[in-house]
Design a protein around this ligand. Structure first.
Ligand code: F0G
Length: 468
């Protein structure tokens, strides 16, 4: 933690266009040069806030669209193209960009039918350079690390943050340190951290333990934490909303559905929608809907329980390892986002997640398990409603957060009927409990390497697919 003197010096040495950090609870403010993640007075989370100039929304919208044809790397980025909404860097030379973003908005008729709605689109953030939504935030977090002159950047992670951080740190020439729970991160994600050269620490503990330990030791070691507790990272992530609205010609959807883990992503969307509304870019708010896995649903239990002001921590269990989190650091910001957008939080079972993922696959889209909570959650909302009813005519956008290749093991196990809520494996399943049923299985078909067999099997398939 910084001392009061360091803070005073830092505050006077900055700032960028009225940008500063502000506590979401007590309103205490800090300068942008301070390395601080929680309010020194009350311990709550911080926002980056700005004294925005009086923007003319229509002309800025035109300018953002025009930047899509520019050859400048910061214009090609789906984050920095909208830099007027995140003006925290004094010098654009600090920006570390691939570029990221520019992810597609896809119609998905089979998925819409599965959920029981008429208008469903997926915004697929798995099309990013490292295959997940984290890149939107990491470009901002690592650029701030560079601007601060940090040498090392660190995160605790269920896999995607570590992959993204490792890549951006490598591009920036910074040392990346990642803490991951041993045996609970998919190989796709682990392989990325290794390949991009991060110091990869496999902790004998869960994500929540890794997160708490990192926040404890980071100040002493002088490493910069870029988990979503870092408010600069969320500034990058929030631009997903701007990109999405631009792709829809600024037509606001009725509902936006987001998976919830550490709860940074949904929080950043809430902040962005609020800013866009206050600045006059949109004239109504969509309902933000967060979805958690049944065994990792602390926010759901908190909001629907007796005391919504106290987080109900859980010992997280889910096969959607990306969101296997029992004590999310950004839960208060997520709750605020739900309040601002008249939103909702729901939970879904392992079976619902797995089936939804297979259906998203059938639309030719695919995603990792955590992302499929969105479709599963929408289906639940249509059947059960929220505190207000949900109608099939709503225009819904679901946010897919990770690429289908991130967790290939899960996908193959589902299609071959070998996915279990609890299992021990050594090249094959050796003990298993709680099978997730392959309702939409597409198992590989074994066939001998002969002309006759191959012709017979394909022929049978052609006949079957021609049947009405
Ligand atoms: N979807 C995927 C694919 C994720 O990797 C994560 C979080 C989430 C959803 C949830 O987002 O935490 O902002 O609520 N992954 C983090 C990680 C925790 O370490 O990669 P959130």
């Amino acid at each position: 933690m910084t001392t009061a003197t360091q803070r005073a010096a830092a505050t006077s040495a900055n700032d960028t266009a009225g940008a500063r950090l502000r506590c979401i609870s007590c309103g205490a403010e800090y300068g942008l040069q301070e390395v601080v993640y929680h309010c020194v007075s009350c311990g709550d989370l911080l926002d980056v806030v700005y004294d925005y100039p009086a923007y003319e929304p229509e002309s800025l919208k035109r300018q953002w669209l025009a930047r899509r044809t520019s050859l400048l790397p910061i214009d090609q980025s789906g984050v920095w193209r909208y830099r007027e909404l995140l003006p925290f860097l004094a010098d654009e030379a600090a920006i570390v960009t691939f570029p990221e973003g520019n992810t597609p908005l896809l119609d998905a008729p089979r998925s819409a039918r599965h959920a029981g709605v008429h208008h469903l689109q997926f915004k697929h953030l798995g099309f990013n350079p490292t295959g997940s939504f984290k890149d939107y935030g990491m470009t901002a977090g690592v650029s701030q690390a560079k601007a601060l002159g940090m040498r090392a950047v660190a995160c605790a992670s269920t896999g995607n943050t570590s992959a993204s951080l490792a890549a951006y740190a490598a591009r920036a020439g910074l040392l990346a340190i990642v803490l991951i729970p041993e045996g609970q991160v998919s190989f796709g994600k682990l392989s990325q951290a290794l390949d991009y050269g991060a110091l990869t620490l496999q902790l004998r503990g869960d994500f929540d333990a890794a997160m708490a330990l990192l926040l404890d030791i980071a100040p002493e070691l002088g490493v910069y934490v870029v988990n979503s507790v870092n408010p600069f990272r969320l500034e990058g992530q929030k631009t997903v909303m701007v990109e999405l609205l631009e792709q829809r010609g600024w037509r606001v959807p009725d509902r936006i559905i987001v998976p919830g883990g550490n709860l940074g992503n949904g929080s950043s969307y809430g902040k962005c929608l609020r800013e866009l509304f206050d600045l006059g870019f949109i004239d109504r708010m969509p309902h933000l809907t967060l979805v958690q896995a049944h065994g990792a649903a602390p926010l759901y239990h908190t909001i629907t329980g007796n005391d919504p002001e106290t987080l109900v921590r859980v010992h997280a269990r889910t096969l959607a390892t990306a969101i296997k989190i029992g004590s999310p650091v950004s839960w208060r910001k997520a709750k605020r986002a739900l309040e601002w957008t008249d939103g909702w939080v729901t939970e879904v079972s392992e079976q619902e997640i797995a089936d939804a993922k297979a259906i998203i696959g059938r639309d030719g889209i695919g995603c990792e398990p955590a992302s499929a909570t969105t479709l599963a959650g929408l289906r639940r909302l249509i059947r059960e409603g929220t505190d207000a009813s949900v109608t099939p005519n709503e225009e819904v956008v679901a946010i897919l957060t990770g690429n289908v290749l991130k967790d290939a093991d899960y996908t193959v196990r589902y299609h071959t009927g070998e996915l279990y809520e609890e299992f021990v494996t050594e090249t094959r399943v050796i003990s298993a409990n709680g099978q997730v049923l392959p309702h939409f299985a597409n198992a590989p078909v074994p066939v001998s390497a002969t002309r006759e067999d191959l012709t017979r099997v394909i022929g049978e398939h052609l006949t079957r697919s021609a049947e009405p």
